[in-house]
Ligand binder design. Structure first.
Ligand code: TPP
Ligand code: SF4
Ligand code: MG
Length: 363
């Protein structure tokens, strides 16, 4: 006799409730009140850089998922820095996979748990099965395996932690590295003054359009409750789910260590990383409209990887951001439209830009 496969249904965090944020004078959320779960399956003890965006994302995803979780991690920073011999931050089962195999390994785990539970060989509920792959893995080397897993609809959450480079091997360009983003494989120089010429691959939209039966969403480490709720929605969805999370890399992008979460908001406010959720029934996108719209310079000038940009490069970036705002159904303020003209800009290194707010403890 087949046994029933019982799945978790994780409640969402109430954005209007105790875990709600307090608006600052600009309408941005300032504080997240601490009624988050005590469970912390990604504990202290990892060896990522200070301010590492992927490490912040790992912690929040696992807090949202809880202790009944099993994880896979393809090769990348978050494998190497989290699995030094005899030292690991995980309090739940975790396995390393080759960089190309996060999707296939996780499919196997999902199919295995289903079969074992049905046959009565595994006594518990169906666990939260999660793979967190870097952008090099998810959008490039391991894309085929993840797409296959989504297509076959294995009941697991596939997360891309996107630090916009192959970080672990020395900050090489990946398909999600933005236009003009300097990496060791896209240095700027006389021949190619912008560094990287290509725009970033739109991985999340590829996943949504190509696998319309899956839960697909984007988020950033700038919005913890959004990230945790989308993690839970993806896990609650019976079938495959894909979450694309923007996660700054302090070492590769060259910015002040304390600005990781700030960048996670500015990238959205500058129109460079739309945050959305795919509506499976109507095949539409629900976009988050940031309460603040900024020129791209407010975002770019915080990071050394863009320091070489010339006026025409900044204008190209502003055009892309404005188009994103329009795609999101937002108006583009006149000041940002004016920024599409190179005459409007100096070299990025000489631009004035809005300074980061102090978001230190108690700010
Ligand atoms: C097939 C294969 N090619 C190349 C590598 C070398 N490699 C190890 S980690 C890594 C970087 C992975 O980048 P990403 O997935 O974005 O993760 P990140 O290091 O940025 O966290 C590369 C290229 C490998 N392990 N396997
Ligand atoms: S190189 Fe970047 S992704 Fe890797 S541990 Fe450091 S900050 Fe994190
Ligand atoms: Mg990466």
């Amino acid at each position: 006799m087949a046994h029933e496969v019982v799945r978790h249904q994780l409640p969402l965090f109430d954005e209007e409730g105790r875990s709600a944020a307090t608006d600052d004078e600009a309408g941005r959320d300032r504080h997240y009140l601490p009624d988050l779960p005590d469970e912390d399956p990604y504990a202290a003890g990892h060896r990522t850089c200070a301010g590492c965006g992927p490490a912040i994302q790992y912690r929040w995803v696992l807090k949202a998922a809880g202790n009944d979780s099993v994880l896979a991690g393809p090769t990348g920073c978050m494998y190497v820095a989290n699995s030094t011999y005899l030292c690991t931050p995980y309090t739940v089962p975790w396995a390393h996979t080759p960089i190309a195999s996060g999707g296939s390994f996780t499919s196997g785990m999902a199919a295995g748990y289903e079969a074992m539970i049905r046959k009565g060989r595994y006594p518990g509920q169906y666990p939260n099965i999660i793979v967190m792959a870097g952008d090099g893995s998810a959008s490039d080397i391991g894309l085929g395996a993840i797409s296959g897993a989504l297509y076959r609809n294995h009941d697991a959450l596939f997360v891309c932690y996107d630090n916009e480079c192959y970080a672990n091997t020395g900050i090489q360009t990946s398909p999600t590295t933005p236009y003009a983003g300097m990496t060791t494989f896209t240095p700027f120089g006389k021949a190619i003054p912008e560094g990287k010429k290509l725009p970033p691959k739109n991985l999340a939209k590829m996943m949504a359009e190509g696998h319309p039966h899956c839960y697909v969403a984007t988020t950033t480490v700038g919005y913890p409750v959004d990230l945790m709720n989308k993690t839970r929605k993806g896990l609650n969805h019976v079938g495959a789910a894909f979450l694309h999370c923007y996660t700054p890399c302090q070492k590769g992008w060259v910015y002040q260590t304390s600005m990781t979460v700030e960048l996670g908001r500015r990238v959205v406010e500058a129109g460079l990383f739309p945050v959305w959720e795919y509506d499976l029934e109507n095949r539409t996108y629900h976009y988050f409209h940031p309460p603040v719209q900024r020129p791209v310079t407010d975002y770019l000038a915080m990071q050394g990887r863009f320091g070489h940009m010339l006026p025409e490069h900044v204008a190209t970036m502003q055009r892309a951001a404005n188009q994103n705002f329009r795609d999101m159904g937002m108006d583009v303020p006149a000041e940002l439209v004016a920024g599409e003209d190179p005459e409007h800009h100096k070299r990025l290194a000489e631009e004035t830009y809005s300074m980061p707010l102090n978001r230190g403890v108690g700010a």
